[in-house]
Design a protein around this ligand. Structure first.
Ligand code: BES
Ligand code: ZN
Length: 626
C-alpha cells in the first residue's frame, strides 16, 4: 500500500474531527483510533529494555474486536515508533503479513498507523494482530536515566509516564481512555535489574532479567506503566509495600508506613478495593509529577520524603484514584475533572479520617488560593469543568481547575444533600460505573437521576450545569476557611508591623501548611534584612519539606532576595517534580531583572529534568513578547 493513500485516510479523519459543527462529548479528539469500528480487549507485550541504545524493542499482540463488520482498516496511535512488521491472524489460525503505513505526523497527537486487514482475514469478530516495533529516540513516555541521576549512582533506570497521551510513544495502540484493555507482558532487562509494572508484581520474584506480568483487570492505556532499575522491595502491610532503590528504601518505608491503614480506610469509605495489592514505587528525583496512579503500583516522587509524613496527602490522592480514575475513568481528556476533582475530594475525605478536619481545611484553603490565582490568569473558556476541547495538548489541561473546582463541586453537593446521602451516591456511582468510562454528560444524567431528583428542591440540574460549563465559580460555591491559617496570616502581618517578635511566633507547633500560608501572607514591602531574619529563624531556605521550599523560593524570587539565591538554586537541583521547580523559574523570569539568571540556572540544571518538566520551564522562560 502506498503512503499517499494512507495519508489521505488520516487526513480525512483529522478534518472530520475539526470541522464538527457541534461538539461531540463522546468523541476523543486526542486519538486517531477508529474505535467505532475496532476495539482492543487485550495486549500481550514482549519487550527488551536496551539501555545502551535507549530503546525498547519487541512486539505487541493486540487482541481486537471488529465491531463494524464492514471495516477493513485499523487505525492505531503511535508517536516516533519504528514499525518493522505487522501480522494478522487469518481464518486458518496462521499469521499473515498485513499492509500498513503511517499517516501524517501531528506535533501533539503523533502519527496514525493504518493497517489493512488481509483479504483472507478471519470472518469472526475477534482477531489478533502482532506488531513488531521499537521505540524512537524521543519517546515522550520514556525517561532513560544514566546512573548519576539515580540514588545509587551505579545502575541506569527507566520509567514510563503514559498519561495523558504518551502510551502511544512506547506501544502502538488505541490510546484513548475510552478503551479498556487487560494486558500481559514479558520484559527482558539486564540481569541485575528489576522490572515492575502496573500489574501483578510479585515482591519475591527472582532477579533473572526476564519478568512476567499480568494485568487481569481492564484498564485504559494511560495506566500501562513500566519501570526498570536497581529496585528492591520492603513490605508495609499485608497488601502494601514500597519499591525503590536500596539507598532510599528505609526512608521510603518510614515515610509511607501508614499506607496499609490508608488502604483499609479507603476501602471502608469508598467500597472494596478491586486491585489486589497496592504498592508504591519511589522514583529518582526527575519523576515529573508528585504521583501517578498506575494501578496496583503508584509511581511517587522522592520529594515526598520529608522525614515526618507531612506530604502523604499525595499518597492518599494516588490511592483514591483506585476508585475515581482507575475504576471509573474519564471518557476523554476533556472530562479530566471526573478523575482529578473527584480524587481530590476523596483525598480530603481520607485525610480527614487519618488526620483531622483541621488539617484538611488547611489543605482546602491553600488549594482554594491556588484556584483563585489560576482563575485570574486563564482564559474563561478553560475555566469550565467540562469545556468543549477539541485540540491542544491534554497535558496542558492539567491545572487547578480540574482539581480544586472539581473538588469544590463535590463538597457543594455533599453539603447540600448531607454526607450520608452523598456517600451513598458516591458508593453507588463507583459500583454502577466500575471498569467503565464516563463523560461529564453521563455523570450529569446519573447525578440528576440518583441524587438531584431523589431529594428534590436542593440543587437543580441547571445549577450543576453552571459548574460544568461556565467560567469562574458559582456565587454559592463553598469557601474553605481555616482558623489556624488565619492565625498564621495575622501573625505574618503583626510581625511585619513590629507588633510581634519572631520568637513569639509558635512555628514549632505549626503544620507545614500554616508555614506556607504564613510565607504567602507576608506583605510586599519587606527589607532584605527582615527576610534574612525570617529565613534564619524559621530555616526556610533549608526546609526539609519540599512544599515549604517551593513556597519560600517563589517569594525569594519575586522579592529578588538575592542572599537566598544560592539555596534557591540548590532547590532547583534537588527536585525534578515540575510543580516544585517550574513556578520558581517563572517567578525569577517575571521579577523584572532575573530572566537571564533564570536561564543560566536552567542551563545548569536542565540535564537532571524530565522532558515534560523541561517543556514546562521552557514555556516559563520564553521572552515576554512570545
Ligand atoms: N494523574 C495525576 C498526574 C497527571 C495528571 C499526569 C495529568 C499527567 C496528566 C496524579 O494523580 C496527580 O494528580 N498528581 C498530583 C498529586 C497531587 C494533586 C496530590 C501531582 O503530581 O502534583
Ligand atoms: Zn490525580
Amino acid at each position: 500500500m502506498r503512503r499517499a493513500t494512507l495519508s489521505l485516510t488520516a487526513f480525512t479523519i483529522l478534518i472530520s474531527a475539526c470541522s464538527q459543527d457541534t461538539y461531540d462529548p463522546s468523541h476523543d479528539y486526542f486519538s486517531f483510533a477508529n474505535t467505532d469500528q475496532f476495539v482492543t480487549r487485550h495486549i500481550d507485550l514482549d519487550l527488551t529494555v536496551d539501555f545502551s541504545a535507549e530503546q525498547l524493542h519487541g512486539n505487541a499482540i493486540l487482541h481486537m474486536d471488529r465491531i463494524d463488520p464492514s471495516a477493513t482498516e485499523v487505525i492505531l496511535d503511535t508517536r516516533g515508533l519504528h514499525i518493522s512488521g505487522i501480522h494478522v491472524a487469518v481464518a486458518d489460525g496462521s499469521m499473515v503479513p498485513a499492509e500498513f503505513g503511517l499517516g501524517e505526523d501531528d506535533a501533539i497527537e503523533g502519527t496514525p498507523l493504518i493497517i489493512s486487514l488481509p483479504a483472507d482475514f478471519s470472518p469472526g469478530s475477534e482477531f489478533r494482530m502482532k506488531i513488531d516495533y521499537r521505540t524512537g529516540p524521543d519517546a515522550s513516555a520514556l525517561q532513560w536515566l544514566p546512573p548519576e541521576l539515580t540514588a545509587g549512582g551505579k545502575h541506569p533506570f527507566i520509567f514510563t509516564q503514559s498519561q495523558a497521551i504518551h502510551a502511544r510513544s512506547w506501544i502502538p495502540l488505541q490510546d484513548t481512555p475510552a478503551v479498556r484493555i487487560t494486558y500481559s507482558a514479558i520484559i527482558h532487562t539486564p540481569r541485575e535489574l528489576l522490572a515492575v509494572m502496573s500489574a501483578n508484581n510479585d515482591p519475591l520474584t527472582p532477579r533473572t532479567g526476564e519478568y512476567h506480568f499480568d494485568m487481569p483487570q481492564p484498564i485504559p492505556s494511560y495506566l500501562v506503566a513500566l519501570a526498570v532499575g536497581n529496585i528492591f522491595f520492603v513490605p508495609l502491610g499485608d497488601q502494601t509495600g514500597v519499591y525503590t532503590e536500596p539507598e532510599v528504601l528505609d526512608a521510603a518505608a518510614f515515610e509511607f508506613s501508614g499506607t496499609q491503614d490508608m488502604l483499609d480506610i479507603a476501602s471502608e469509605l469508598f467500597g472494596d478495593y478491586q486491585w489486589g495489592r497496592y504498592d508504591l514505587l519511589v522514583l529518582p528525583p526527575s519523576f515529573p509529577y508528585g504521583g501517578m496512579e498506575n494501578p496496583r503500583l503508584s509511581f511517587i516522587t522522592p520529594s515526598l520524603l520529608a522525614g515526618d509524613h507531612s506530604l502523604v496527602s499525595v499518597i492518599a490522592h494516588e490511592l483514591a484514584h483506585s476508585w475515581s480514575g482507575n475504576l471509573v475513568t474519564n471518557a476523554t481528556w476533556r472530562d479530566q475533572w471526573l478523575n482529578e476533582g473527584t480524587t481530590s475530594y476523596l483525598e480530603s475525605r481520607l485525610m480527614e479520617v487519618l488526620y483531622s478536619k483541621d488539617r484538611v481545611d488547611e489543605e482546602r484553603v491553600l488549594g482554594y488560593e491556588e484556584l483563585m490565582l489560576n482563575i485570574e490568569t486563564i482564559d474563561p473558556v478553560w475555566q469550565a469543568l467540562a469545556p468543549q476541547l477539541d485540540s491542544g495538548d491534554p497535558d496542558s489541561f492539567q491545572g487547578t481547575i480540574h482539581y480544586h473546582k472539581g473538588q469544590l463541586l463535590l463538597e457543594y453537593l455533599e453539603h447540600a444533600f448531607g454526607r450520608e446521602s452523598f456517600d451513598k451516591f458516591i458508593g453507588a456511582y463507583f459500583e454502577d460505573f466500575a471498569f467503565a468510562t464516563i463523560t461529564s454528560e453521563k455523570f450529569l444524567d446519573y447525578l440528576d437521576e440518583n441524587l438531584l431528583q431523589v431529594h428534590q428542591g436542593k440543587v437543580s440540574r441547571s445549577q450543576v450545569e453552571t459548574w460544568l460549563y461556565e467560567p469562574g465559580l458559582p456565587s454559592d460555591a463553598p469557601v474553605p476557611t481555616s482558623a489556624t491559617l488565619e492565625q498564621a496570616a495575622a501573625m505574618a502581618l503583626a510581625w511585619s508591623q513590629g507588633e510581634l517578635v519572631l520568637n513569639e511566633i509558635p512555628t514549632g507547633s505549626w503544620s507545614p501548611q500554616a508555614m506556607r500560608h504564613f510565607i504567602n501572607s507576608l506583605p510586599a514591602e519587606l527589607s532584605d534584612d527582615e527576610l534574612g531574619q525570617l529565613d534564619q529563624a524559621l530555616g526556610l531556605s533549608v526546609a526539609g519539606n519540599a512544599e515549604i521550599g517551593r513556597t519560600w523560593f517563589i517569594q525569594v524570587a519575586k522579592r529578588q532576595y538575592q542572599a537566598a539565591y544560592e539555596n534557591l538554586e540548590k532547590h532547583l537541583n534537588r527536585y525534578g517534580r515540575t510543580r516544585l521547580v517550574a513556578p520558581v523559574y517563572r517567578a525569577l523570569a517575571e521579577n523584572g531583572s532575573d530572566l537571564e539568571l533564570a536561564r543560566e540556572m536552567f542551563a545548569r540544571a536542565r540535564g537532571k529534568y524530565h522532558p515534560l518538566t523541561i517543556a514546562s520551564i521552557s514555556r516559563a522562560l520564553q521572552p515576554a513578547s512570545d
